[in-house]
Design a protein. Structure first.
Length: 146
């Protein structure tokens, strides 16, 4: 049984940033063939902000992305994610913020900052809970990191 059934990923591109570089960072996290939707917003002071969004509804591709995140996170961040799992989950949805700058260098890292790639992973309902299965997978990934 697959853990996740859907993922949404969003990144904001500010006027001072290179859109292609940010797009490359986002695509490095997504399964091949993922499409992007481009949108535009205005900041508080009227500054233009571009949004790049991807929605993945193929559970196999979502699992592929989740596996890449697990393999890419450093051991200490797997532990951090494991210890703070309750704060990152709402219902069956896991929320992650990945460092946009490091992603542009091909690295996966959690961040608490606003300049992030926002990832939302929607889990299937698994008994006893999706959190327990996520916790199990994080522990496995942490052991594999040794």
């Amino acid at each position: 049984m697959r853990l996740f059934r859907e993922a949404s990923v969003r990144v904001f591109v500010h006027a001072t940033e290179d859109e292609e570089k940010v797009k490359g960072a986002l695509l490095s996290l997504l399964p091949p063939g993922s499409g992007l939707v481009r949108g535009s917003l205005r900041g508080h002071f009227g500054n233009p902000i571009l949004t790049l969004d991807a929605r993945i509804t193929d559970p196999g591709k979502v699992e592929e992305m989740w596996g890449a995140v697990l393999r890419g996170l450093p051991r200490e961040q797997l532990r951090e994610l494991l210890e703070g799992l309750e704060e990152r989950m709402e219902g069956c949805t896991l929320y992650l913020r990945l460092d946009k700058q490091l992603a542009s260098q091909g690295r996966i890292s959690l961040t608490e900052g606003g300049d992030a790639i926002h990832v939302r992973l929607r889990a299937e309902w698994i008994s006893p809970s999706p959190q327990e299965e996520i916790r199990r997978q994080l522990l496995e990934a942490e052991k594999a990191e040794k």
